[in-house]
Ligand binder design. Structure first.
Ligand code: AGV
Ligand code: CA
Length: 318
């Protein structure tokens, strides 16, 4: 087996963020060096709690000592409360609450400082996985610019070059993706760094909605605990039925995470681009001749993706 890839994971506690944590723990080729949770598309307390319980239940034995850091970052444009509630439902799942004690500890430092500590300590360059806004990374870069040299690459779920983003809010023109919109200045800060960025944009995530058929398949396989966990988590969010609405759920972050384990699931191209930090298009990622180069994941084989996801989850059975 080739050497495991050191990965630091920062997420924002949505259902697909928490499922992503579960899946990362199943990937043999990933060495999870740190986890942190930002108060964006979640309430951070249940999201930290659920993360600790997921590591307890599904983390391999050698991950003992892995901690979960809580972010103290605040964004500019808050997420809708209904979406932020999802972390409470996952945290309360009986599957995660069989044991009364939680072994995985909360880290001493806030997320951005935890990121600096864990990445600095890592003997090799670390890979970053961000499935929420980039605020903690932007703050870490401001606090200690030297960590940039210790970062192999950033995988980020966020942004889009499509005419329609997924932000439908007053005073916005709808061109942005939510993780970029929550803290556009942070995205801009990361753009202005030299970090290699693989951007898993709505171009690809739009192709992996949660569907009723997928739910039915998981229900048939619920004798495997990991797949039951997927089914239970995704029971709390609305699938695509007749047409996409503002609350339709996609496997945004799960696709981003899956690419670390199986890059051949997707295709991508390079774009010179920038992020708009304010105004009615704030958070929009936009092609720009003088902009920095980003690798944009633009397509996915949905069938292969769902198969990989189901196989990984099935492996979680003990
Ligand atoms: O824009 C996608 C990001 C992903 O990181 N999040 C959800 C995923 O975790 C925000 C979001 C957009 N639309 C949503 C979102 C919806 N309908 N429900 C919950 N979150
Ligand atoms: Ca997320």
């Amino acid at each position: 087996m080739t050497k495991a890839l050191p990965v630091y994971f920062n997420h924002d506690g949505g259902v697909d963020d928490l499922v992503s944590l579960f899946l990362l723990l199943q990937m043999e080729q990933v060495d999870l060096i740190g986890v942190s949770v930002i108060d964006a598309d979640c309430y951070v307390e249940p999201a930290v709690s659920a993360s600790r319980k997921i590591i307890d239940r599904y983390g391999r034995a050698e991950l003992k000592g892995l901690e979960v850091a809580r972010s103290n970052s605040r964004g500019k444009n808050p997420f809708p409360k209904d979406w932020r509630m999802h972390a409470f439902y996952v945290d309360a799942l009986p599957l995660l609450n069989e044991r009364s004690d939680v072994v995985t500890k909360e880290a001493a430092k806030p997320a951005h400082l935890d990121l600096i500590e864990k990445v600095s300590k890592c003997p090799e360059k670390a890979t970053l996985l961000f499935t929420g806004p980039l605020t903690d990374l932007a703050r870490a870069l401001d606090a200690d610019p030297s960590i940039e040299a210790k970062i192999e690459k950033l995988y980020w779920m966020g942004g889009t070059f499509l005419p329609d983003g997924n932000v439908h809010e007053p005073e916005h023109d709808g061109t942005a993706e939510w993780n970029a919109f929550w803290d556009p200045e942070a995205a801009k800060r990361v753009w202005d760094s030299g970090i290699k960025i693989e951007m898993v944009a709505l171009e690809s995530t739009n192709k992996v909605p949660l569907t009723v058929d997928t739910r039915k398949e998981w229900a048939q396989l619920r004798r495997f605990e990991g797949i039951d966990f997927l089914g239970q988590c995704y029971a709390t969010v609305p699938p695509l039925v007749h047409f996409a609405t503002n609350s339709t759920y996609y496997l945004w972050d799960v696709l981003t995470t899956a690419i670390i384990g199986k890059p051949e699931l997707v295709s991508s191209h390079e774009v010179a681009c920038d992020v708009l930090a304010d105004g009615p298009s704030q958070g929009r990622t936009i092609p720009s001749e003088g902009g920095r180069i980003v690798t944009v994941v633009d397509d996915v084989d949905p069938e292969a993706f769902f198969r990989y996801l189901t196989d990984l989850a099935r492996g979680a059975d003990r």
